[in-house]
Design a protein around this ligand. Structure first.
Ligand SMILES: C[S@@+](CC[C@H](N)C(=O)[O-])C[C@H]1O[C@@H](n2cnc3c(N)ncnc32)[C@H](O)[C@@H]1O
Length: 207
């Protein structure tokens, strides 16, 4: 049975737009879309970066989240983000934005086509060996056939997740992501805090 979660943006998102203003005002336009991470979830990630200072952030599924987090990392002068992106055209769009904003020092996009439903080995090989913060917002999982598309992330990247690593899964309002979380918790020692308003779950391993 799936849990009932908030799926539409709410007051937390209105607040989040204000909180994010320093990272959005007077900077180049970002093409937010319905595929973009909810802004309240993005604020949670920004706060995690400020509080935990992850050296290596990896994001499955590039987008405006990659750029916003890169802006924050550049501003703070510590840490970098690497995004895996299956779609060549979108990887190029995000890569161009990174270049236009001179964010290449702290961010990059790896184009990794899907192979049997997940990012190909060549793309994964380009990721940092030790990941401190993993954001799972891809591959696309917005149809019944693709509902479990994000499940491989924890297993495929397990060897790169250190003892203090944090894993964030987006879109937990959907039945597919709830099933992914349940399977991760059943089959690994990770446990996840569900944050319905932000539509994310934040996972840690017992130390
Ligand atoms: C859930 S989205 C990832 C969104 C990204 N993490 C963000 O919050 O901006 C999954 C996929 O949708 C595609 N996508 C995301 N944003 C898009 C946009 N604004 N326009 C076109 N495609 C987009 C990309 O292929 C991406 O990997």
């Amino acid at each position: 049975m799936t849990e009932s979660f908030v799926t539409e943006p709410g007051p937390a998102d209105l607040h989040a737009w204000h909180v994010l203003r320093p990272l959005l005002d007077w900077r180049p336009y970002l093409p937010f879309s319905s595929g973009s991470m909810r802004v309240s979830g993005l604020v949670h990630l920004c706060n995690t970066i400020v509080h935990s200072e992850p050296a290596e952030v990896v994001e499955c599924g590039a987008g405006v989240s990659t750029i916003v987090l890169a802006r924050l990392l550049a501003e703070r002068g510590t840490g970098r983000i690497t995004a895996l992106e299956h779609d060549a055209r979108w990887a190029e769009v995000v890569g161009r934005q990174i270049a236009a904003e001179s964010l290449a020092r702290v961010s990059r996009v790896i184009h990794a086509p899907l192979d049997d439903g997940w990012y190909d080995d060549d793309g994964v090989a380009g990721l940092p060996d030790a990941i401190d913060l993993l954001i799972v917002d891809g591959p696309p999982a917005d149809s019944a056939e693709l509902a479990l598309a994000r499940r491989p992330a924890l297993d495929r990247l397990a060897s790169r997740l250190g003892p203090g690593a944090v894993v964030v899964l987006d879109d937990i309002g959907r039945a597919g992501e709830q099933a992914v979380l349940a399977q991760w918790e059943e089959t690994t020692d990770w446990s996840f805090e569900r944050m319905p308003e932000e539509a994310i779950a934040v996972g840690r391993r017992p130390r």
